[in-house]
Design a protein around this ligand. Sequence first.
Ligand code: 28F
Length: 641
Amino acid sequence: MTKNYNADSITVLEGLEPVRTRPGMYIGGVGQKGLNHLVYEIVDNAVDEHLAGFCKNIYVTLEADGSCTVKDDGRGLPVDLHKKGVSAERVIMSTLHAGGKFDGQVYKTSGGLHGVGSSVVNALSKRMTVKVSRDGAVHYDEYSKGKPVAKLEKGLLPVIGKTKSTGTEINFLPDDSIFEKTVFKEEWIKSRLHETAYLNPELTIYYEDKRKGSEESIVYHEPEGIKAYIGELTKGRGKITEPIWFKDVMENTEVEVCFQFVDAFEENLHGFCNNIFTQEGGTHIVGFKSKFTQLINSYARQLGILKDKDENFTGADTRNGMTCVVAVKYPDPIFEGQTKTKLASAEAGKIVSAVTGEKLEYFFDRNVDVIKAIIGCAEKSAKIRKQEEKAKTNMLSKSKFSFDSNGKLIACSSKDPEKCEIFIVEGNSAGGSAGNGRDNRYQAILPIRGKILNVEKASIDKVLANAEIKTMINTFGCGFSEGYGNDFDISKLKYNKIILMTDADVDGSHIDTLLLTFFYRFMPELIYNGHVYVSMPPLYLVTPKSKRGEARYLYDDRELARYTKDHNPSGFDLKRFKGLGEMDASELWETTMNPENRVLKRVEIEDARLASEVTEMLMGSDVAPRRSFIYEHADEAELDL
Ligand code: 28F
């Protein structure tokens, strides 16, 4: 049973000011991602109350006024007097890192970015109201930009009503002086809520969007838990096995795994720790993978499928075609990595490995046909791997794969990777003017002819045979990883920025998409580490008829609309740029390449799972939505100041 918290069990640090001056430190960024993080933060607290065993329902509402309301039916935040002489609720909401100490039983969804708590959301909200139902009364508090507004009576919250229920309700309106975008992106929020429901089978989450034009309400309740999640992830694929599921608790750590083999040439493995999607993996994933590989190899030998002289299947062989969720509930986890989503707690890995061994041996001993089907997948993938290794070695050995860029690269003079940037330019004409307009000390140009290969479906030897792909691999210098060998080494990357500079039309966005798919599939770390950018050439040039005014470049239709609102249409000439080739070298430099005033959008794939769906979508039939997707989901503009 969880120890009963009350006011004096809260350790507090002072002040919310740092959150408003450096919000990126606390929620990762003030773009779309940071905005959505506010919702996750509050929802996570309600989920913690569920994990503690007291909350069954959570209500998430995107209000018509742009605010968000989250409500749960847990015990209700403590409101009694804290030793600081004010209500515990106010201490929790208005000081950083306020929170209970970990007593081992409570699985907090906190750790790194995740556990900053509701006080950060409060600091970054223009308005926040808190209603706590407990002890028969509804207690009310209100804040503006983190500063308390409601008057306390002898340190206690005003009571605004009577109630028989218990729970916490928080409404917050993001502060538009901090966030550039204050419109929540519902697909990310819905995906996260659905994922949370899969991970917590006894929880029901009621989602409602009341905003004009996107009204909808959905109930997320997945009593089948991650078995249903696997069913969702393998929808429409040819099934090789049924979902295989097991769950156990060992040393106060809950391990739950579900996987299924499908007839596809890919591995799809998601890890979670205390409901946090561990995008960068960690010990729980390593523990599962190593045990699974060991088991498949030992069964393959026991069944005489692998002979003594045969080498073992590699890990990747045994997981080819596997879609899997590994979810652990581990008290006081340690997270590491670029986005604090890599579980570092070694103990967790050991426990996952032990539970996996015990449960799968029990299952495979009683389902020989299933283990045989799984081994069959491993055999198929080992055969293809060996063929590809052969193809790759003779490809590498042939001088064709020499380390030049087939003479197409317009190199820069500096060799300092930190300073150098490379523009991938569509077509030779634009390449020409980019070559003349650039700063040749730090800016290299790689013109690519027409469409590059669609790597989404192609096999590795076809990919390596493609001239454009080969040129890029050679030019970047960091190799690539195609899933088996990991020959990618980001420390060898020769450029700090890889900038896609294509026409702002359908063809250009198709090229962007093909390039992004190539990077995502073969050099994902380039994206994770923020090296990939999309340039934003101007769409229009407005030249006032009267000599007094000066010509101006406009970068999108919104700027044009604003310009035409402030200037009468007959007073200026409007030129629409159809492609980069229409700009001469100095225009291209001034508007799109000069770090002083260019606008670059950093490509950042927040969630590998969604990204792979996105790559599917991006590789779909119609091209149009691609450019909008790339710009809509890229992070805020990287202004080189
Ligand atoms: C709308 C978002 O935040 N729900 C929450 C609780 C309940 C307790 C609690 C929360 C004490 C010191 C950590 C109540 N009674 N929904 C929410 N429900 N926090 S947040 O306690 C805070 C702890 O800091 C609670 C007894 N124990 C805990």
